[in-house]
Structures are given as C-alpha cells and as structure tokens.
Write a protein that binds this ligand. Structure first.
Ligand code: SF4
Ligand code: SF4
Length: 367
C-alpha cells in the first residue's frame, strides 16, 4: 500500500528537518542563518551576505530543482514531503486511532504541541538550539517570535488545513504550468468505468475532498490515498485499482532537465567550496595625513571552521605602523584600519596576508 511508503517518507522528512539544526560542522550548525552577522553556515562553510552571487546561484539551483521535480514527478512534494501534509497526516493518523467521533477534535489538540515544535524548529535555523532553549523565557524577541509563530502555525494547520493547498499555496498555483502529458499524476481509469463499484471509498479518504473519478483536478495533491482505498475494495475481486499512477519517467526531458539540475548543483558546490579559506579586502581612506603616510581600511573573512593567525605586511618600500598579526576566530569577520609609511615607494602598495594555509595579495593606491 502506498500509505506505508508515504508514512516512511513523511517520518524521514520530519526527522531530517527537525534534526538538521542539531547537526554541527566544526562547532557550528550545519545549516543556519546568523542574523546578527548576516552569514549562512552551510555544511562546514560560511556564506557572507556580501557574497550575493552565491545566494543567487543557490536560488537558481532551487528553481531548476523545483522545475525538474514538478515536470517529472508532478505533485510528489505536495503529497509526500510538504511540511503541511506531513504534519496533518501524522496528527491525523494518531487521532483516528481514538475513533471517528473524536478524530477532528483530537487532531486540533495534537496540533498544539506539534505547532510549538515547528515554531521552535524554525527559530533553530536562526539561533542555535541550545541558545534558543536558554533564551526562550528570558529574551523578549525569541519568546515573541516563538509565540507568534506558534499561534500562526496552529491557526493555519488547525483551521485552514488542506484548504491552504488549493487557495493560498503559490507552489500549488504554478505547478500546472510545469506539467506536460508525461508528468506523473494520479488518474482514474475511465476505460474501466463500467467495472467500478461506485462505492465512493476513494472519495471518502481524499484529504482535499475531490472525486478522482471526475478526472484530474488541480486540487489533487497526489497523496495516493484513493489508490489505497480502491485496492482495499478491488483486491478481493482480483481486480486492479481504478485510480493509479500514470506518467512516463524515462523520457528525454527527465534526462536533460535532471542533467541541468545536477550541473547547477555541482556548480554551486564548486563555487562555495572552492573559495579561498580567507577573504581579504583593503582600500585606501581618503583623508589628509602628513606627507608619506596613508591610512587603509581592511576587512577579513574566515570562511573555515579553524582559527587563523594571519600576518599583514606591505611589500617593497612601504612599512606598516601598528599591529600586523591578526587573529580570526572560526567563521568570523574582522575589520580595522592600518597606517602605512612610504620609505620611497609611491603610487601603489602591495599588501599581503598569510599564514600556513593562505597567502593573499591585494593592491591599493598610495598618495
Ligand atoms: S474506491 Fe475504487 S471501486 Fe470504489 S468508487 Fe472509487 S474507484 Fe470505484
Ligand atoms: S484524488 Fe487521490 S491522490 Fe488526489 S488528493 Fe484525493 S486521495 Fe489524494
């Protein structure tokens, strides 16, 4: 039965999304956006907000991935992996064990702690889980976010529920444009309509309340519940179920669109992981100083999970006045200013920062 596979996928999704903030790489969350320093911890690396090209590349990858999954697998996300579907299915499967009469009320009760967990999980993608729990009742912003999100998530799940999929969800609205004749869908076999017992079990189990016998509707989330319900009726008669999956997965579009998706994913990974371990920027300040002295503003980004001790130097006939050994904490950013004195050099200074792993040169003008 499809329901068993779907439950397995849903439990896997729930564990993955809730557990990801607890996985750490070199002391930091695997995936977390740090609002205070505007940086994204990304599986052992860090992406700074100034690296906007990487954010655009990541968005492009997700766009291509969505187009690929939707064009080939139809609404597999909606019926099998969407957090909304997962939460409603899991709470419903618990609630229905206590009888049909109390099912809806019990589901609404169960959604209270489930919504609280979702609210916490969302915060964990911005504030580390331990810090979130410590500041939950001591930090006004964290407590406020937690309570507001909890209330909104609960209201959406408990009172809007599956109606969200057919009325508000933007992904749902754009899907039809991506479908073609070979996209995987769930379809009723009209050619055998005269054999159908018209028991309407497929309609009774449909979470969005549609009748698959009337043809494909945009409301269908491809959850396959109607297939399971029909199997329960037809297998006793040695018949095939009337609704079933229909589509052609092994077609040229699957390969070229899948290939493009993999290529963009590889490109994104190369862009993230092939960056220098340290980013170094330096510019001359435009201010009036005694002849032969210029001031420069520098900034350094440690893109790794290891602390660094970098030495700043100026080549040739220039010397740096002040501190030249700079300590950078893991995944950190530092900025500062430095004075440079000319001992005969002019027009341009070549700065270098180096430690055991990196050596970066940057040029800046000298007046
Ligand atoms: S569950 Fe199957 S047999 Fe019953 S009405 Fe639906 S399609 Fe027909
Ligand atoms: S028609 Fe079938 S696959 Fe579509 S939402 Fe209803 S039960 Fe799920």
């Amino acid at each position: 039965m499809w329901r068993n596979y779907r439950r397995a996928a849903e439990v896997f999704q729930a564990i993955l999304l809730t557990g990801l903030p607890f996985i750490s790489f070199k002391g930091q969350s695997a995936l977390r956006f740090d609002l205070s320093e505007l940086k994204l911890y990304f599986f052992g690396s860090v992406i700074w907000i100034k690296e906007f090209y990487l954010i655009l590349a990541a968005l492009l990858f997700f766009l291509v991935l969505i187009v690929f999954i939707t064009a080939v697998f139809g609404r597999v996300w909606c019926g099998w992996l969407c957090p909304q579907t997962v939460l409603l299915d899991l709470t419903d499967s618990i609630a229905k064990r206590f009888g049909e009469s109390r099912r809806k009320t019990l589901m609404r009760v169960l959604l209270i702690p489930f919504s609280a967990l979702v609210s916490l999980t969302l915060i964990w993608y911005f504030v580390p889980p331990l810090q979130t729990m410590q500041s939950l009742f001591s930090s006004v912003p964290v407590t406020g976010f937690f309570l507001v999100q909890w209330a909104v998530i609960y209201a959406e799940l408990a009172f809007l529920g599956r109606k969200y999929c057919t009325t508000i969800c933007p992904y749902s609205m754009m899907q039809n444009a991506l479908f073609d004749k070979d996209t995987l869908i769930i379809e009723y076999d009209n050619s055998r309509d005269n054999e159908c017992m018209k028991c309407h079990d497929c309609v009774k189990v449909c979470p969005v309340g549609i009748d698959i016998k009337e043809g494909l509707k945009s409301d269908c989330i491809a959850c396959a519940e109607c297939i399971d319900a029909c199997i329960a009726v037809t297998e006793k008669r040695n018949m095939k179920p009337f609704p079933g999956y229909k589509g052609n997965l092994l077609r040229p579009k699957t390969f070229w669109l899948g290939g493009v998706t993999v290529l963009v994913g590889i490109l994104l990974a190369v862009m993230v992981y092939s960056r220098s371990e340290v980013t170094f920027l330096i510019t001359r300040d435009s201010e009036q100083l005694p002849q032969g002295i210029n001031r420069y503003s520098w900034s350094m980004y440690n893109n790794t999970g290891a602390p660094r001790e970098l030495e700043l130097s100026a080549e040739g006939e220039f010397s740096i006045i002040g501190e030249t050994v700079l300590l950078l904490e893991p995944y950190s950013f530092k900025k500062g200013k430095v004075l440079v004195r000319s001992r005969g050099g002019k027009d341009e200074v070549v700065f270098r920062i180096e430690d055991d792993g990196v050596s970066i040169e940057k040029k800046a003008g000298f007046l």
